[in-house]
Design a protein around this ligand. Sequence first.
Ligand SMILES: NC(=O)c1ccc[n+]([C@@H]2O[C@H](COP(=O)([O-])OP(=O)(O)OC[C@H]3O[C@@H](n4cnc5c(N)ncnc54)[C@H](O)[C@@H]3O)[C@@H](O)[C@H]2O)c1
Length: 143
Amino acid sequence: MNYNINQDIQEIVKRLKNENISFEDKKVLVTGGAGFLGSWVCDVLIEQGAYCICLDNLSSGRPENVLHLMEKDNFRFINHDISYPIYFGMSYHPLGICIGDIKKIDIVMHMASRASPFEFKEELINRKKEISNLPSFSSNRDS
Ligand SMILES: NC(=O)c1ccc[n+]([C@@H]2O[C@H](COP(=O)([O-])OP(=O)(O)OC[C@H]3O[C@@H](n4cnc5c(N)ncnc54)[C@H](O)[C@@H]3O)[C@@H](O)[C@H]2O)c1
């Protein structure tokens, strides 16, 4: 028997509808959207008519998980590490990247994280080292 992912997506959409759960016309930010769970969420949101912003640094996620959504008008992919700042609706901010044209987000679904407890711990330690190596804001201003 051939497995068809679309049948599963349709079934999820049908069940959500039965429960009166709709994301239609909502702007939804899915962090970790290129991962296993996140990409399913993106598929369902697109099918329901939401505007889906998939944010992922592709550290364990795969672009192929969302490649089929790239051409959709209601899908946007942002390659970014969510542990660093990101500012929506702003054209400039000194502390992070800006996505000026997205002014409002209705819902955030946060799935950006290493699923494996071992990788999670390792990632946390590396990030702490990175942060402790950052030049302090005041020393930057003095130079
Ligand atoms: N898969 C499961 O059965 C399951 C069950 C319970 C809970 N969870 C939790 O759900 C979450 C997602 O799990 P998954 O199985 O989809 O894992 P996954 O690794 O497939 O997805 C995680 C996604 O987050 C991205 N990511 C990781 N760190 C990031 C960062 N700093 N910035 C931006 N993107 C980042 C990865 O690239 C990946 O695409 C995890 O927190 C996991 O612990 C998963």
